[in-house]
Design a protein. Structure first.
Length: 235
């Protein structure tokens, strides 16, 4: 079952992400003047937070739709395996491009772990709202050097951020996915049309893109980087 409005929202997040990464790549290869600091400048860090929040919220809402359609655990695990497998490929690819700051626990790694937790928590329904709030708040009040290491920083309970190109720890980001799941469940129960009604024709390409979010995510950076390198060679 596909809900065009949810797909279009996810598609918008993907386009925004691709534009963000295009700017990052241009900066990385020296095409932006002045050079930008994507790690500290609020112009870029706030955008990253918004893009990631929107994407995880949509993932939670999509889980609500799947459960409403009767998704069984075997089908869930098949989809989960695709996400986890792509996460491994991202780690391998980033190790070649950024050997000192490769991606050990990025957005796909985080989604793979969070989807399992969200699936188990889905029966809580209204209880997902306070649980999500706890997940969002916990890293601000709980942190220990034990979690600063490479094998434990995925929790998010760190005292310092790891050196990596992408880091999406379970906490606090699980809270966003749980709120997306809770919002999706509420909409399906009370305002189904918010997600189920068709989108205007102008937004249909976004909806189509949203249905292929994982392939788009995996392919957009190789395409962008390849284009930039080709342009640099021809310049």
């Amino acid at each position: 079952m596909r809900f065009d409005r949810l797909d279009a929202l996810r598609g918008f997040a993907m386009v925004w992400m691709a534009l963000f990464h295009f700017a990052f790549d241009l900066n990385h290869y020296g095409f932006l003047d002045p050079r930008q600091n994507f790690y500290r400048d609020p112009v870029w860090t706030v955008q990253r937070t918004c893009i990631l929040s929107l994407f995880l919220f949509c993932a939670g809402a999509a889980l609500a739709v799947a459960l409403d359609a009767g998704q069984a655990w075997p089908r869930f695990w098949r989809r989960w395996a695709q996400v986890a497998g792509c996460a491994v490929l991202v780690s391998i690819g980033s190790a070649f491009m950024f050997p000192k700051s490769w991606i050990g626990f990025g957005v796909l790694h985080g989604i793979a772990v969070m989807l399992v937790i969200a699936r188990l928590a889905a029966p809580l329904r209204a209880g997902l709202w306070p649980l999500g709030a706890v997940a969002l708040a916990l890293p601000w009040f709980v942190g220990h050097p034990f979690f600063d290491h490479g094998w434990t920083h995925w929790t998010g309970l760190v005292t310092r951020k790891p050196v990596t190109e992408d880091w999406v720890p379970v906490l606090p980001w699980l809270g966003v996915m749980l709120w997306g799941l809770a919002a999706g469940q509420w909409a399906l129960d009370h305002r189904r049309g918010l997600m189920a009604e068709p989108v205007p024709a102008v937004f249909r390409p976004m909806a189509a893109l949203g249905r292929w979010s994982l392939p788009f995510y995996m392919l957009h950076q190789p395409v962008l980087i390849g284009g930039i390198l080709a342009a640099r060679m021809l310049a």
